[in-house]
Design a protein around this ligand. Structure first.
Ligand SMILES: *[C@@H]1O[C@H](CO)[C@@H](O)[C@H](O)[C@H]1NC(C)=O
Ligand SMILES: *[C@@H]1O[C@H](CO)[C@@H](O)[C@H](O)[C@H]1NC(C)=O
Length: 524
C-alpha cells in the first residue's frame, strides 16, 4: 500500500484535520517542535538549516511576525523589506543545490536588520528616520551592505534610530524619529532605550531579527546595547566602510554589529570588515584585520593574563549597595577568577577636561555639514540636496518633524560653520592631544589590554580617538532596565577585546529576553 495508514486516519477525522490546519498556519507550534527560533544564534540557525529542521523562509516569517506583533509598541523597525521572503526562498534553493552546505557563506540565509542611515539599493528607503529623505534614491548599497549581501545575508528591514543619528536636535528623546515615533525599551516601556542605534538594539532584545547593524559617532552602538541587554561592537574607525552611510563625521563614524551574543556579533563583524575604495579610512587600518577573521578569538580562556584598567573616578563612583554596584563588584571578582589582572584605581590624567571639552562638538558640527552635503549630492534622486535644504524642509513640515518640540539646533549650528577653519583645526588638535595624553598614555603606561567601564560611560573617550569598544550585558536595575559593561581598547585591538568580552559573557550569561507587556491601547 502506498498510503501511510496513520495519514488516512488523520484525514478522516475532521477534528484532527482542523487541528492540523491550525497548527500549520501557526508555524510557531511547528517550530517549537523542531527548533526554537527565539534567542537562536547564527550558528544554531545554520545547524538547524543543515539538519533540515528549519529553512530561511520559516525564519524570515518568524521575524516578520515578531515585527508585526511588537512593532506597534516598540517602534524599532521603520520598514520591512517586501523582497525578504523571495530572498529567503532563493537562499533555501541555494542551500539545496550546494553539495557541501558546510561551506556556505558566513551569513547565508540569515535575516539582518540595518539601521536606517545605512544605504540599501533595493525597495527599502534610507532616510535616517526623517521625512526629508523619503523618496530619495541612493546610488548604490553602502559598503557594509554590499559585504552583507556577499556573505549571503537577507536584509529584512530598516531599524529606527534617533533621527539623523541624534545630530538634529540636542533635546529630542533617545530613539525618536519623525517616521516611526519614539522607540521603546522592551524591558520597561517607560524607560530610555538610549540611542542613536535604538531600533537595532531594541529589535535584537525582542527577537525581531537574527542580527543587526548600528552606527556610532559617540555612544550610538555602546549605549543602546547597554540599555537593551545586547552585545554591541563599536569597531575601530575605518575597520568597516562608511561609504553610503548617512554621516556625522568621517573622523568618528563607524559601523558595527548589535546582536544577542558576542559570537553572533563576531560573525557579523567578520562579514563587514575590509577595504572599500570609497572610504579612504579603510585603507589605513587594513593591517589590523586578522587573517582568517575574528572567530578564533572566541576563547573561553580569553581573560587569562589580560590587564584590565579600572578607572574608579568618574566611572565607578557608586558604592551604594545598588544592583549596579553589587553587579560590578561581582563582575570584578569574575574577571579576576577568569585570569584577568585588574589594575585598579587608575586615573586618566585629563578625564574631566575630556568630558567637559567643547572641542568634540565644534569639530562635529563642521564635519557634519561637509560630509552630509557630500552624501546628499551623491543621491540619484532627492527632495533635499544640502543641509540648508533639510533645515528648510523641517521648517516647512514642522508638525511632522516636531520642530516646535525638539527644534533643530544642531543643524542650524552646523549650517553656520564654514569648513575646517581655524577654530575647528584648534578643536581637532585639542582632541588629539586630550586623547594621546589621556587614554592612550594610560593604556601604554600600564600596559593595559582594555579599560573596563559601565556600558556607555566611556564612549566619548573611544569616540575622539576612533578606538574600539564592546558592550556585554552586565545586569538589570531596580526598574528592570538592563545595563552593560564596556571593554575599550586602542586602535585595532578588536582581537583582545573579543577574547575578553567572550570569556566574560560565557562566565556570566546575563542576557535574558524581555517580557514585553502590552500597554493599554491609549498608550500605543
Ligand atoms: C519607501 O517610501 C515610499 C514613499 O516614498 C513608499 O511608498 C514605500 O513603500 C517605501 N518602501 C518600503 C519598503 O516601505
Ligand atoms: C519602569 O521604570 C519606571 C521608572 O522609569 C518605574 O517607575 C517602574 O516601576 C518600572 N517598571 C517595572 C516593571 O519595573
Amino acid at each position: 500500500m502506498a498510503f501511510c495508514p496513520p495519514l488516512i486516519h488523520f484525514l478522516r477525522s475532521t477534528t484532527i484535520l482542523s487541528l492540523l490546519l491550525t497548527v500549520s498556519s501557526r508555524p510557531q507550534a511547528i517550530e517549537a517542535d523542531k527548533f526554537i527560533i527565539k534567542e537562536a544564534t547564527v550558528d544554531e540557525i545554520h545547524a538547524a538549516f543543515r539538519e533540515n529542521k528549519l529553512n530561511s523562509r520559516q525564519l524570515v516569517k518568524f521575524y516578520l511576525r515578531q515585527i508585526q506583533k511588537l512593532n506597534p509598541v516598540l517602534r524599532s523597525v521603520i520598514e520591512v523589506n517586501p523582497e525578504a521572503l523571495d530572498q529567503a526562498d532563493e537562499a533555501d534553493r541555494e542551500r539545496k543545490r550546494e553539495k557541501r552546505p558546510g561551506e556556505l557563506l558566513g551569513l547565508h540565509g540569515i535575516p539582518i536588520l540595518v539601521k536606517d542611515n545605512i544605504a540599501t539599493k533595493d525597495k527599502l528607503n534610507t532616510t535616517a528616520g526623517s521625512y526629508a529623505l523619503l523618496g530619495s534614491a541612493v546610488p548604490r548599497d553602502a559598503g557594509v551592505v554590499e559585504r552583507l549581501r556577499k556573505a549571503g545575508a537577507i536584509i529584512i528591514g530598516k531599524a529606527s534610530l534617533s533621527e539623523w543619528a541624534h545630530f538634529r536636535s540636542d533635546h529630542a528623546p533617545n530613539g525618536w524619529c519623525a517616521r516611526s515615533g519614539k522607540g521603546r525599551n522592551p524591558y520597561n516601556l517607560s524607560a530610555d532605550p538610549c540611542g542613536s542605534s535604538s531600533g537595532s538594539a531594541i529589535s535584537m532584545a525582542a527577537n525581531m531579527a537574527a542580527v543587526s547593524l548600528g552606527t556610532e559617532t559617540d555612544g550610538s552602538i555602546l549605549c543602546p546595547s547597554s540599555y537593551n541587554s545586547v552585545v554591541g561592537i563599536k569597531p575601530t574607525v575605518g575597520l568597516t566602510s562608511r561609504s553610503g552611510v548617512i554621516p556625522i563625521s568621517p573622523r568618528q563614524d563607524t559601523v558595527g554589529p548589535i546582536c544577542r551574543t558576542v559570537t553572533d556579533a563576531v560573525r557579523v563583524l567578520d562579514a563587514i570588515v575590509g577595504f572599500d575604495e570609497l572610504d579612504e579610512a579603510t585603507k589605513k587600518v587594513q593591517e589590523y584585520i586578522p587573517v582568517g577573521g575574528y572567530t578564533r578569538f572566541l576563547r573561553l580562556d580569553g581573560l587569562k593574563g589580560k590587564r584590565l584598567g579600572i578607572v574608579r573616578n568618574p566611572f565607578f563612583n557608586f558604592d551604594d549597595g545598588s544592583l549596579q554596584d553589587l553587579a560590578f563588584k561581582r563582575h570584578f571578582r569574575t574577571l579576576r577568577r577568569m585570569g584577568g589582572l585588574l589594575v585598579d584605581k587608575l586615573e586618566i590624567a585629563n578625564i574631566d577636561k575630556i568630558l567637559a571639552s567643547s572641542s568634540e562638538i565644534i569639530a562635529l558640527e563642521a564635519e557634519f555639514k561637509l560630509s552630509l552635503n557630500y552624501y546628499l549630492k551623491e543621491l540619484l534622486v532627492s527632495p533635499v540636496r544640502t543641509l540648508a535644504d533639510v533645515i528648510a524642509f523641517n521648517n516647512k513640515f514642522a508638525r511632522e518633524e516636531m520642530i516646535e518640540e525638539y527644534g533643530q539646533a544642531l543643524f542650524t549650528a552646523s549650517e553656520a560653520t564654514n569648513g575646517i577653519e581655524y577654530k575647528v583645526k584648534q578643536a581637532l588638535s585639542q582632541l588629539q592631544e586630550l586623547s594621546s595624553k589621556g587614554f592612550e598614555k594610560t593604556m601604554i603606561e600600564y600596559e593595559l589590554d582594555a579599560i573596563v567601564t559601565p556600558g556607555s560611560d566611556f564612549s566619548t573617550i573611544l569616540a575622539i580617538g576612533g578606538f574600539p569598544g564592546i558592550n556585554v550585558p552586565a545586569g538589570y536595575d531596580d526598574d528592570g532596565v538592563p545595563f552593560g559593561i564596556c571593554f575599550g581598547g586602542l586602535t585595532g585591538s578588536e582581537p583582545k577585546l573579543i577574547e575578553i568580552a567572550y570569556a566574560f559573557e560565557q562566565a556570566t550569561k546575563i542576557r535574558k529576553p524581555p517580557e514585553v507587556h502590552f500597554p493599554k491601547k491609549s498608550f500605543i
